[in-house]
Write a protein that binds this ligand. Structure first.
Ligand code: NDP
Ligand code: 2IT
Length: 447
């Protein structure tokens, strides 16, 4: 059997982890032209090594709720690949978190971080803790318990966590406070996404969403188009979705819909983002409330696992909620309604069948690893500022972010062209990312 398929088959046999297998399959299959050129990779077991985490930590997180009841959650940190820098990647707090989801996210992170051009390896962590409906005091006690175990595995030169779903400024603050207390040292670079008062970077909050739109701008420009006057739908209404909306609006696009895990709001007049920010960032409410406050908007509840947002007509769709939120059905609906480009703000939002469908219907697809890399890239800029004990202005960070996203697009395009893959940036991103990691791994020997 061909080396690539052999590795994939063994991986499936060994890991009963659907999300992780999906992520690995997407990467490995697109690497075929590269692997064919390098028969020596087999003897080095390069693909076996790149798909096996360097270390996987799972731990108990006990905490006391407001009623005095003890609760127990499961914590994870997957330290996947440190060949190009300390492990780097977010923490996700969501009830769906399990080992498969952690491994898929950590695996993706290695390739994404490689694309940023900055010295960061790949990792991810989190817990099945659900912050929804918890008091600030409960979230704090959970974060303190989580860090009481995690601190021994991380460090500014070892592993640097940040936010992801369910982990934002509030959680990072509590985590940082507990780390500092245990270590009795102010090691600002151990976490990113910190508050501006204690070592955070300007523009980190905006970075993933802004970066996604910068990538989209470059991708559209390359095809002789742009964002101005385009109709855009954005799933989710969290950190990534909100700032993708803000930047898309600044470029003159009309964002007509956003969502959360219950349903979507459609506002043909264009989403009023200050209202979304008030509901989501201040009140921690539901997107449904937007339709109560804005007369021109309507709310549709999602039913039978179908996402109502993908039924809305749009030129550009930006999935910014979670994995596998666009399946083949939704992809067909989007194409039928004339979608021209997809920008993945979430990690692995499009399943394998839907990716295939978009690519074979000439829809431009900006893959997550490249398109949402602005968040982690700006985290790396936060680490740089912490090391210098200095901080850049918003404009300085934003300009570096724009430059990084433009470089990432160019790297994806160049790799796709080198292998005659046209505008298949999914393959382009994987090939460009693999190039750097594989060279670093080979240079460092069998470790
Ligand atoms: P937030 O927690 O701020 O927001 C998440 C949003 O997605 C919410 O609107 C949430 O709705 C929705 N969502 C979450 N889980 C589900 C689900 N299972 N089904 C439907 N909707 C869901 O997270 P972020 O905005 O930070 O993250 C969004 C995505 O972007 C994730 O895939 C994350 O991995 C990715 N990402 C984040 C980066 C960052 O810097 N934050 C960087 C790169 C990628 P609800 O409130 O109903 O749960
Ligand atoms: O998926 C991601 O890239 C993130 N959640 C951001 C990670 C980071 O370290 O900033």
């Amino acid at each position: 059997m061909e080396y690539l398929n052999e590795v994939l088959e063994k991986l499936k046999e060994k890991n009963n982890e659907p999300e992780f297998i999906q992520a690995a399959q997407e990467v490995l299959t697109t690497l075929k032209p590269v692997i064919d050129k390098h028969p020596e990779f087999k003897k080095m077991a390069l693909l076996e090594r790149i798909t096996e985490p360097e270390r996987l930590i799972s731990f108990r997180v006990p905490w006391v709720d407001d009623n005095g009841q003890v609760q127990v959650n499961r914590g994870f940190r997957v330290q996947f690949n440190s060949s190009i820098g300390p492990y780097k990647g977010g923490l996700r707090f969501h009830p769906s978190v399990n080992q498969s989801i952690m491994k898929f996210l950590a695996f993706e992170q290695c390739f994404k971080n490689s694309l940023t051009g900055l010295p960061i390896g790949g990792g991810k962590g989190g817990s099945d803790f659900d912050p929804k409906g918890k008091s600030d005091a409960e979230v704090m006690r959970f974060c303190q318990s989580f860090m009481t175990e995690l601190y021994r595995h991380i460090g500014q030169d070892v592993d640097v966590p940040a936010g992801d779903i369910g982990v934002g400024g509030r959680e990072i603050g509590f985590l940082f406070g507990q780390y500092k207390k245990i270590k009795n040292a102010y090691e600002a670079g151990v976490l990113t996404g910190k508050g501006l008062e204690y070592g955070g970077s300007l523009a980190r909050k905006e970075a993933t969403g802004y970066g996604l739109v910068y990538f989209m701008r470059e991708m559209l420009k390359n095809s002789g188009s742009g964002l101005k006057d385009k109709i855009v739908t954005i799933s989710g209404s969290g950190n990534v979705a909100i700032y993708a909306c803000e930047k898309a609006q600044q470029y003159g696009a009309k964002v007509v819909a956003m969502s959360d895990s219950n349903g979507s709001v459609y506002d043909p007049d264009g989403i009023k983002l200050d209202i979304v920010k008030q509901i989501k960032e201040v009140e921690r409410g539901r997107i449904k409330e937007y339709a109560d406050k804005v007369k021109t908007a309507t709310y549709t509840e999602d039913k039978n696992g179908e996402k109502s947002i993908w039924k809305i007509k749009a030129d550009i769709a930006l999935p910014c909620a979670t994995q596998n939120e666009i399946n083949l059905e939704s992809a067909k609906e989007l194409v039928k309604n004339g979608v021209k480009a997809i920008g993945e703000g979430a990690n692995m939002p499009t399943n394998l069948e839907a990716i295939e469908y978009f690519l074979s219907n000439n829809v431009l697809l900006a893959p997550a690893k490249a398109a949402n890399a602005g968040g982690v890239a700006t985290s790396a800029l936060e680490m740089s500022q912490n090391s210098m004990r200095y901080s850049w202005t918003f404009e300085e960070v934003d300009q570096k972010l724009d430059c990084i996203m433009t470089n990432i697009f160019n790297a994806c395009k160049k790799a796709a062209e080198e292998y005659n893959l046209g505008t298949n940036y999914v393959a382009g991103a994987n090939i460009a990312a693999f190039d750097k990691i594989s060279k670093a791994m080979i240079a460092q020997g069998i470790v």
